[in-house]
Design a protein around this ligand. Structure first.
Ligand code: PAD
Ligand code: ZN
Length: 363
């Protein structure tokens, strides 16, 4: 039977989100119906509301979630009702050209639910990143459910579903930070701080955090920054060089998505170093740099999509590290809120007051 539940919907561009009754169909082949227990508020949800992703309003927002599988489609065997899962937006297809070459973390054709959730009047909803988890129930592809140890509380576990995974993976997977490396992270929101935590986990010996907000720099220290730089007051490139014996960092991670900070990242790395762009730029942005600098500095300029993560490999492993007190995921949770507080959480995010607000559902 289809169920009717409450969900957070963005009806039109820029309008405040509203709590609406939504209809969630029974799971069909390859699908799972999931009861979210917690879901983080991510910048991307706000981008959807502002119409910056696409025009497919109305959106059902929310995509950083952990929950319980309620029911599964007839052919689903890898998850079962009662499983505790993190929802992912990389349900690898196994058949696209990336998967066939053994690089499923780039999967170009990842799965979402085939059926649509709707409003009461039948209007089809577009779930954010194919998830839509600011809702008491949601419908996803079964492959979007990654089982993890239920000992990790949902408000913590859900964060791996998007931003925190993107940052951790930018350091661990895309940047391939190794023991003894020097690392700089520009932009210390949830994503940047996760990159710092990832660099520490990988054994970086120097981690320079750059931001324009002193509150963020203080948090960055907690996640493992050995040096902090307020780039409103100090030149970021010079400060990073100073912290790295005058050479620049082996890996510089840009976690904002701006040309000026990307340029800092480009010039703040050592010869043959790596720049990782995990911040998402807007389509109007341009970069103008002398081509000889690209050649002369060598190394690698990479982008990181979702931290190049493979959910089946990375989520259970990172939850285990959290449970062993080696990854402080709980420190990303600035506050827990109710399902009616998402609009207020956008406001706090906008003012830089929080790393993550997390919606927690009544259990
Ligand atoms: P956030 O807004 O919480 O953090 C951004 C941080 O950058 C804040 O601490 C700001 O103070 C700081 N900042 C802003 N301007 C500057 C500047 N000029 N110089 C230095 N610091 C500055 O965002 P977030 O951490 O949630 O997300 C960061 C980016 O990562 C954002 O672009 C988001 O869209 C992107 C993202 N990417 C992926 C992916 O798969 N690549 C996934 C999730 C999020
Ligand atoms: Zn997100």
């Amino acid at each position: 039977m289809p169920v009717q539940v409450q969900g957070v919907v963005a009806r039109s561009q820029g309008a405040p989100v509203t709590l609406e009754t939504i209809v969630v169909p029974d799971p069909g082949p390859g699908e799972a119906r999931v009861r979210p227990l917690a879901c983080g508020v991510c910048h991307t949800d706000l981008h959807y509301r502002e119409g910056a992703i696409n025009d497919d309003f109305p959106f059902l927002l929310g995509h950083e979630a952990a929950g319980i599988v309620e029911s599964v489609g007839p052919d689903v065997t890898d998850v079962a009702p009662g499983d505790y899962v993190i929802l992912n937006w990389r349900a690898v297809c196994g058949t696209c050209r990336a998967c066939l070459r053994g690089r499923p973390w780039y999967c170009f054709s990842s799965h979402n639910a085939t059926q649509k959730m709707t409003l009461l009047d039948g209007t089809e909803l577009s779930p954010a990143l194919g998830i839509g988890a600011f809702a008491e129930m949601t419908l996803v592809a079964a492959g979007q459910c990654t089982k993890v140890d239920p000992a990790a509380p949902p408000e913590v576990a859900g964060l791996l579903g998007c931003g925190v995974m993107a940052g951790l993976g930018a350091a661990l997977n895309t940047g391939n930070v190794g023991r003894g490396d020097t690392v700089a992270v520009i932009g210390c929101g949830g994503v940047g701080d996760a990159a710092i935590a990832g660099a520490r986990l990988a054994g970086a010996r120097v981690i320079v955090a750059v931001d324009i907000d002193d509150r963020k720099l203080e948090l960055a220290r907690k996640f493992g920054a050995t040096h902090v730089v307020n780039s409103r007051q100090t030149d970021a490139v010079e400060a990073i060089r100073e912290a790295t014996d005058g050479f620049g960092a082996d890996v510089v991670i840009e976690a904002i998505g701006r040309p000026d900070t990307y340029e800092q990242a480009f010039f703040a790395r050592d010869l043959a170093g790596t720049v990782v762009l995990v911040g998402v730029p807007s389509p109007d942005m341009r970069l103008d740099l002398p081509l000889i600098e690209y050649f002369g500095r060598g190394g690698a300029l990479k982008s990181s999509w979702y931290g190049d993560c493979l959910p089946s490999r990375d989520f259970p492993m990172l939850i285990d590290l959290y449970l062993q007190d080696r990854l402080p995921l709980q420190d990303f949770v600035s506050e827990t809120i109710g399902i009616g507080d998402v609009e207020a959480a956008f406001d706090k995010m906008h003012h830089g007051d929080v790393l993550r607000s997390v919606v927690v559902f009544d259990r």
